[in-house]
Design a protein around this ligand. Structure first.
Ligand SMILES: *[C@@H]1O[C@H](CO)[C@@H](O)[C@H](O)[C@H]1NC(C)=O
Length: 496
């Protein structure tokens, strides 16, 4: 069962998006096009002002015969009635012209008297809903995502740990991808820009709908496991592309006049939600989705290694708890946060190097440029911090879905615009060592260390929040259970 019916909820929301319609030209150009040109430059609010919903209901109820006789159902019947074109199917079946509006001097339309305005509004709305679906389709295409995601060096670039866990169930990752698809679809509905007022509500419905669509696709993938050498990006890309088929189905059912989920096209276009929809900014949607998916793939590999975010002291440090790597810092709200990787020694050694050292995570040097230009170390830190502040070490796929829909519907963020920096794209475990400034842990001047072959942090206390349980949870989340290196110098066990 597809849940895309949630899109219908947008019908309940007044869309007051102010962007000017892009397909309508100025009045003067259309003077010669007949009466219909008086109604060009329409705005979403015009739909309700001129009671278009009631008008469409009347039309629908009076033209059942026309709809059932036309093989294209509603769209074909409306096209025939409104513009004399029974082939106005607005289907997604490869045709690039089956939803075109050539209204200028259209005799059928211009002879409709009082019905011209509402007829025109319905034509525009149906046409733009169709352009939403085709735009999403193009943004989700294999070609657009394939190049960015289908790399076979994912694992060798971003994974280095010596213990080779050979297979990992992808379920949680795939569930996160469902949310990304939802974000992409709603971002497309928002025209690729910032959150736009009340239209944000429609975006949330779109996100919910896309989540449902992608969930269906997941059904066939959820048992996938991947070797770290396998094509993780390829799997992620396939799911996005597969979910596209659900959008095609949604378009075709709605255009035919059928209910999709439990609402028909009248709900989707009601209140002018698509009356002045400016179109999908495909590049923005593709870039945003690609960056989120690349981030998700990297996060998956990082979450299997001793990689963490540590900080919470003053920017520029100098508080007696050491100092972190200045090339991997985010300073926010007066606090410095660093991205760390505790690299284990890869040769047998009796020197202190046997305890490993802290370094930049594998592949981090590749971020921020070329093929990984859309993901930066700062994105990883910001996204992980935001996720941690919301759900500690338990930011899972359900959290991701709920938060994205909430952000869009309540307009406190545009997840699509944030790309890889959006919360929860990265969930690298965070340890806030700020409380150590006023604690007397042994050797606390080595809690934070810069990167380097001779850099080994010393953690002789409940360093995370000054709280032993938190510290244990952090150690566990960062794959450091039983790892002796950070505590081998402690005179007594720190308890984690
Ligand atoms: C990270 O967050 C800080 C503080 O909110 C912000 O100034 C910075 O631009 C963010 N960095 C990125 C890459 O989003």
């Amino acid at each position: 069962m597809l849940q895309i019916a949630a899109i219908a909820a947008l019908a309940l929301l007044p869309a007051v998006q102010g962007a000017p319609a892009t397909s309508a030209s100025s009045n003067s150009v259309h003077k010669r096009c007949g009466t219909v040109s008086q109604y060009y430059n329409q705005q979403a609010t015009d739909w309700d002002t001129y009671k278009t919903g009631d008008w469409l209901n009347d039309w629908w109820n009076s033209n059942g015969d026309l709809m059932s006789k036309n093989t294209a159902g509603f769209a074909g019947a409306f096209g025939q009635w409104a513009i004399g074109n029974p082939d106005w199917t607005c289907r997604d079946d490869g045709s690039s012209s089956d939803c075109d509006l050539n209204l200028c001097d259209n005799r059928v339309l211009n002879d409709r008297g009082d019905d011209i305005r509402p007829t025109y509004y319905v034509l525009e709305s149906v046409n733009r809903l169709h352009s939403y679906f085709t735009g999403v389709g193009q943004a989700f295409s294999t070609a657009a995502l394939g190049a960015a995601l289908s790399k076979d060096q994912w694992a060798t670039t971003f994974y280095k740990d010596k213990d080779d866990k050979d297979a990992t169930v992808l379920k949680e990752v795939l569930n996160a991808v469902v949310t990304i698809i939802g974000i992409g679809a709603s971002f497309a509905g928002l025209g690729g820009g910032e959150v736009v007022g009340a239209f944000a509500g429609a975006g949330a419905a779109l996100a919910g709908g896309a989540n449902g669509a992608a969930s269906i696709v997941l059904g066939t993938h959820k048992d996938d496991t991947f070797q770290k050498s396998a094509d993780l990006g390829g799997i992620l890309g396939t799911i996005v592309v597969d979910s596209l088929k659900s959008f095609t189905t949604a378009n075709n059912e709605l255009m035919a006049g059928k209910s999709y989920g439990n609402a028909d096209i009248r709900s989707y276009i009601s209140h002018g939600a698509f009356l002045d929809f400016p179109g999908v900014d495909k590049n923005a949607v593709t870039d945003s989705m690609t960056n989120m998916l690349v981030g998700t793939a990297i996060n998956t590999l990082y979450r299997q290694q001793k990689i963490f975010v540590m900080g919470g002291g003053a920017c520029n440090d100098n508080q007696g708890i050491g100092s972190g790597p200045q090339d991997a810092v985010v300073c926010r709200d007066g606090k410095a946060w660093y991205l760390y990787y505790w690299q284990e020694n890869d040769v047998i050694s009796t020197t202190s190097h046997q305890w490993g050292w802290v370094a930049s995570p594998p592949g981090a040097d590749k971020l921020g440029s070329n093929e990984y230009s859309g993901v930066s170390v700062q994105d990883i830190i910001n996204s992980s911090l935001d996720a941690y502040n919301v759900a500690g070490y338990n930011y899972n796929a359900d959290t991701a879905k709920a938060r994205a829909e909430d952000a869009i519907s309540n307009a406190w963020a545009s997840p699509g615009a944030k790309g890889a920096a959006w919360e929860g794209i990265f969930t690298i475990p965070v340890c806030d060592v700020g409380a150590a400034v006023n604690a007397d842990y042994q050797d606390k001047q080595y809690i934070l260390q810069p990167y380097g072959h001779d850099s080994r942090p010393v953690w002789c206390g409940p360093i995370c929040g000054g709280d032993l349980q938190k510290t244990k949870d952090f150690i566990h989340a960062a794959n450091m259970d039983g790892f002796q290196s950070p505590k081998h110098l402690c005179n007594s066990s720190p308890g984690y």
